[in-house]
Ligand binder design. Sequence first.
Ligand SMILES: [Zn+2]
Length: 364
Amino acid sequence: MNIYRTYRPRTFAEVAGQEHIKRTLQNEIATGTLVHAYIFSGPRAVGKTTTARLVTRAINCLSRNEGDSEPCNACDACMGILGNKTLDVIEIDAASHTGVDNVRENIISAARVGRAGLMWKVFIIDEVHMLSTSAFSALLKILEEPPSNVLFILATTELHKVPATVVSRCQRFDFKKIPPDAMRARLEHICSLEKKKVDASVLDAIVRLSGGCQRDAESLLDQVLSLDENHIDMEKATRVLPIGSLELVKKFVSSVIGKDAKEALHALDSAIENGIDVGVLCADIVEFLRTALLIKAGAKDLIAESDHEIQERDALCAPVSEAEILALLEYLLAAQRDMRYASLSQLPLEIAIAKMCGVLPQTS
Ligand SMILES: [Zn+2]
């Protein structure tokens, strides 16, 4: 199964994140105040093309009432667009059509030809920054004198490579990476539609691994669901996802906080046995404690983790103070420095464990 395709959002409400952009576009659709050209910029896989297709359906939908902004996805126009059966919606991947002739052929002449049945003819040009200079000037010409009922939606991951003359002719929207909670909510929704139970810790791990890219998150979820189990916990998920290290990091941190040097050394040993590089493990522990410090300082907004994961970290580090976390970080940073010269790569981390378990005040 391909989750990304199966569950591609069909309404604005289903799109994860991009709240400000959705609100503005929906308002323009509802009030009939769309401009004739848009440029969507931002990182890959955060919903630019999906949003472009949504706009395309919404403005052509035959069942949409005035004042509404969602497409019905059932009328002839919506179905024709969803099934790629209309000549009025032209999607061009500029990464594969860089020549000026292609743009002339595909855009200039097609834009001048009347519509084939839909209310709006729409050109979606993906990766528009890949167009050649001469292709851009051809595009600019048509943006300067747009035929009526023709809409251009340009999308790019590299806005700085698009000529300012083109950008200035468009309404510009800057798409952002998907916030962890919006992404997690979307993943939970998909799991419920698939009638699968996936543990919260697994979803957190997927959110973290995706780096804010919805498509990446959904393809990771795809791999997890392909395990063909009704209940997927962390242990099962680690068969397909590279998420073993976080569990070890948590175990490591909780044993250090509990001043249990023996358990911390075992966590280190099983990391090495699982082929996790000691330097990577150490960096992950540092990152973990860094987020714990940010949480304690009240700067949760700087952490790209879901609320659930933040709560878990907060609870795990509750017994120690900010000053104590700082002390732990100092030992770990020293271990990172020493690793470069150590004959035995895990030795500096082992020394750090001994020191860390000694630094915290004894609890009764
Ligand atoms: Zn419709």
